[in-house]
Ligand binder design. Structure first.
Ligand code: NAD
Length: 572
């Protein structure tokens, strides 16, 4: 594409509600594409985020920067940053710029990492109230969120794997899935389920959110009439047709009603913001408006109501399980909240990662993603064709690309996710870097991934629950992942821990690397991709997963940890 056409890629107009939009086209505002790419990623998380006026990207409180003054200083620093300098950001606040070298990351971030005994929700909020900390979520604070598509494929993979594991089939045709929450992450559920031919009912307390999701094409029907919601869903199920219904109401009430009526969903889960009893979850019997008033005036009372309601929520999920539904936790800390509030049986509910995704992670396969910094959907369509060409025999990749093309509207800077493994990510990144150099793509491309990846997350209640060797809570793995990626020459590396209701629950690492078509970028991309997935494979190999040991052997990874274990166990 010529510079002239590139410049004609329209930049959306900022509004009061959405004050930041990402720059499109080929004009550099910074000294190189490495910094321009990161600046566009920062702008993009706000363009596609849930509450950009408050810098919130998703999950109630996950922020792109600590405050607007920090945002402006980060922006200015990126514009001025030389290609041998590194900007240091602490919980969303820029602290300083240091002389490093060309192969070093341009940005290093740490978000909400508190020392063990102090890593509590209460201490987090004390610091938060004083403006001393911010929670980066997983991909909010390090500018890697790409809107619902990121979680869409995770949701698609999870339910696809559930269909294989639980029902021995490839999709969910003729099955009823009941869930809740149509937030930044949760709204991926109805679309992913439709893509797998299921019928879904999603409870959402906010009518505004439910209607916005319908207007965005993520859910087909919205109603506040539960009778109508059930009728539409059950008739579609009986016809074997895919159908998604959002019911405006509380998740707890939906589960209760289904039990009363003797309706047995095939699958029950939940994606309300249960990790946060104050800002996220709305208790049964409290309207959205009442919750807002309580939050302001009687926050402790709201937290108490939320936790009572979460216990009831989990009890109902277990009742559905006892009546034969497949019930799983979808990573929102609902079980921990219920356990901490006196209901330890909450952990009888299994978690999605262990049940459905572990085998993929063990082989280093996880949520890879890339963003066309031009903003041009044509660039992503080119990469879709590349994947189809590179992996003709890989049914999952082919199915996802076809489904994404048909169902996933572009949001913000055009982007694509694909669950790729060791070697595949390197191949795709290098091919795309060559395409940038050749001019097949109109501008550079940023490569990233979710933090929920093989070697990058310790989260004993989600990602690492029930690991074979009991190392669920060992946070060395994500920290070493970040150090390795820093020394491999990524453009941005981040270490995050949980904030809000997630304080003390997790540590994770994030990475972004820009393919600007240069030979230098090719070298750094190769190291970053190989080392990131290689580390993931070795993490699971070290925990004793056979699939990882086999992948490590096939890939020729230097598995010294396994050699140490073999000697310690007296094996040759
Ligand atoms: P969000 O805050 O944007 O949305 C949550 C939605 O739930 C809101 O629309 C809210 O109105 C609704 N809600 C709250 N209480 C409700 C209730 N009792 N009944 C019905 N609706 C209710 O959050 P999000 O970004 O969609 O994330 C949802 C949860 O998933 C969070 O806890 C988040 O941390 C977690 N999460 C999971 C994964 C994963 O991979 N599984 C990834 C990221 C985040």
């Amino acid at each position: 594409m010529t510079q002239a056409t590139l410049e004609s890629i329209p930049i959306p107009t900022p509004t009061l509600e959405r004050p930041i939009v990402a720059q499109r086209g080929g004009t550099l505002r910074t000294k190189s594409w490495r910094t321009e790419g990161l600046l566009r990623m920062l702008e993009n998380v706000l363009e596609v985020g849930e509450n950009p006026r408050n810098l919130v990207v998703y999950a109630a409180l996950g922020k792109a920067a600590r405050d607007w003054a920090s945002y402006e200083r980060i922006r200015k620093a990126l514009i001025e940053l030389a290609d041998d300098e590194t900007l240091m950001i602490q919980s969303g606040k820029p602290i300083g710029v240091f002389q490093t070298h060309a192969g070093a990351p341009r940005v290093l971030l740490a978000n909400s990492n508190l020392v063990g005994r102090w890593a509590t929700t209460e201490h987090f909020y004390e610091l938060y109230a004083k403006g001393k900390i911010a929670w980066g979520g997983l991909t909010a604070g390090c500018w890697q969120y790409i809107g619902f598509q990121g979680v869409l494929q995770g949701t698609f993979e999870t339910f696809g794997a559930l269909a294989r594991v639980e029902f021995g089939v490839d999709d969910l045709r003729g099955r009823l899935v009941v869930t809740a929450g149509l937030g930044g992450m949760g709204s991926a559920q109805p679309l992913a389920l439709t893509m797998l031919h299921a019928v879904s009912i999603t409870a959402e307390v906010s009518a505004t959110r439910a209607l916005a999701r319908r207007d965005a094409g993520l859910v087909q029907h919205v109603t506040s009439d539960l009778e109508e919601a059930l009728k539409i869903a059950l008739e579609a199920r009986d016809r074997g047709e895919a159908c998604s219904v959002a019911w405006i109401g509380n998740a707890v009430t939906l589960l209760e009603t289904l039990l009363e009526r003797g309706i047995k969903p095939d699958v029950v889960t939940d994606m309300t913001s249960a990790h946060d009893a104050l800002h996220g979850y709305v208790p049964q019997g409290v309207t959205l408006e009442e919750a807002a008033v309580l939050r302001e005036s009687f926050p402790e009372r709201l937290v108490q109501h939320s936790r009572d309601s979460m216990v009831r929520h989990v009890q109902l999920m277990l009742e559905h399980r006892d009546r034969g539904s497949i019930v799983f936790d979808y990573g929102n800390n609902l079980r921990s909240q219920a356990r901490d509030h006196g209901f330890p049986q909450a952990f009888e509910i299994k978690v999605f990662t262990e049940s459905y995704l572990r085998d993929l992670f063990a082989r280093g396969i996880g949520p890879f993603r890339w963003v066309a910094l031009s903003g041009d959907p044509a660039d992503i369509r080119w990469t879709d064709a590349l994947l189809e060409r590179l992996y003709p025999d890989h049914a999952n990749i082919q199915r996802w690309i076809a489904a994404a093309r048909a169902h996933v509207p572009f949001q913000g800077l055009a982007a694509r996710t694909a669950w790729l493994g060791h070697g595949q990510r390197t191949q795709v990144a290098l091919e795309i870097n060559v395409a940038v150099a050749r001019g097949d793509l109109s501008a550079p491309v940023a490569f990233s991934r979710d933090h929920l990846d093989a070697g990058s997350m310790a989260h004993p209640n989600i990602m690492t629950e029930n690991l074979k060797d009991g190392t669920d809570a060992v946070a060395d793995w994500p920290i070493l992942n970040a150090l390795l990626l820093t020394s491999s020459g990524a453009d941005l590396v981040a270490v995050h821990s949980g904030g809000g209701g997630y304080a003390g629950y997790m540590t994770s690492a994030g990475v972004t690397t820009i393919a600007d078509g240069s030979a230098d970028a090719a070298e750094r991309l190769k190291r970053v991709m190989n080392n990131d997935t290689g580390w993931g494979v070795l993490r699971y190999a070290d925990a004793g997963y056979e699939a990882s040991i086999q992948t490590a052997t096939e890939a020729g990874l230097q598995a010294l940890g396994l050699e140490v274990d073999a000697v310690n166990e007296g094996r040759p």
